[in-house]
Design a protein around this ligand. Sequence first.
Ligand code: RP5
Length: 172
Amino acid sequence: MGKKVVSIIMGSASDLDIMSEAASTLEDFGIDYEMHALSAHRTPDVVSTYAKEANKRGIKIIIAGAGGSAHLAGVVAAHTTLPVLSIPVKRPDHDHEALWSNIKMPPGIPLATMPENGGKNAALLAVEILSLNDAKLAKKYDDFRQKQHDKVLLSDKELSNVGWKQFLKGQK
Ligand code: RP5
């Protein structure tokens, strides 16, 4: 196990299904991370201490996710100068309140707000940032992008070859 350079923090353990996508993507790239479920409103002191001390522990990027009145990412960002990537957690019975609260941060404290439930993209953005100072990781990321590119072309070729009706059947 290497040094933990990413922190994944969520407002409740009930966010884990979304936040685990960030974790498994980081694992795909061999990035070590720590994970916590801490609430900005139920455990405000613990959250502020956690965010203040993240830098000292060697954390480079924080991925913070919460749903509802999602203030966790903003509160974490207020207590650190590390880049904070926020994931608005959206459930079927939610409106877009988490997205709005994250994306509407007033000037001065930035949040890099991901799509709703965008755990994977948060991790990929973390990979891009870490790649700036890590050639090995940058190469892994380039390979990932190339694979993704080739997969699209392969699928496009199949669509042309078999026609859309057969293609659709194959998708079911
Ligand atoms: C938010 O409220 C959490 O991030 C979670 O998305 C939502 C529900 O929290 P719990 O009721 O599971 O504590 O603070």
